[in-house]
Write a protein that binds this ligand. Sequence first.
Ligand code: PGA
Length: 261
Amino acid sequence: MEIIIHDTPQEAAVAGARMVARLVREKPEAVLGLATGGTPLPLYRELVRMHREEDLDFSRVTTFNLDEYLSLGPEHPQSYHHFMREHLFEHINIPKENTHIPDGMTLDVPAFCRDYERRIAEAGGLDLQILGIGSDGHIGFNEPGSSFASRTRIKTLTRETLQDNARFFDGDPTLVPRHCITMGIGTIMDARCVLLLAFGPGKADAVAGMVEGPVTASLPASILQHHSTAKILLDSPAAATLQRADYYRWVRENRPSWQQD
Ligand code: PGA
């Protein structure tokens, strides 16, 4: 794991966008795994800016989103389909047919999930997966207790996640769908590179568990300790309870000149 601590979410998001942009420039047909929620928003804003001002080209990129609420159609304002159009897809030159998001209205969840896995594999696998982290340590919607071997499937959200996400549903956790389709932990771990962003003091405990705690299904993000190329982009408040924060900063300050993000 590479722990990269910035002063602000904006600085961390710009650093993350540069990593994505470098990949897309080196490999124009890159396959990106995308996340939703509040955390990736500044990263998407920066990618949109780079597309507009620096000709960052998404015309050959393919994307797969991590998850979607079950029972929300693509036009629902809180669906992740809607989120992705509003915050990224409508502002860059990615062909619609290259974007994939789980179908929250599917009538056959297991068959849809198998097909989603097949499509990821047929695209050549994920080159880079963008992740947030839940305050309960989830990645995607893989709640505590999720199998490390899990693939795309239905999950039931925890009460904590319903509460966390109520802010998008008029503050009412009973309005948040209880089920979702999410890539599994095994699916995420197969990505060739993982870029996890976490901002704010509300994420500090989950971040400390992920980075310095035991690897346990009780904190799903901790499995990223076993990923060969996991970059963890934090702001200072999210890094506040890390025991080795000084060392992570020291590592960055003393990077060999040939090392790139
Ligand atoms: P957030 O969600 O970015 O809205 O905090 C992160 C997550 O649940 O993975």
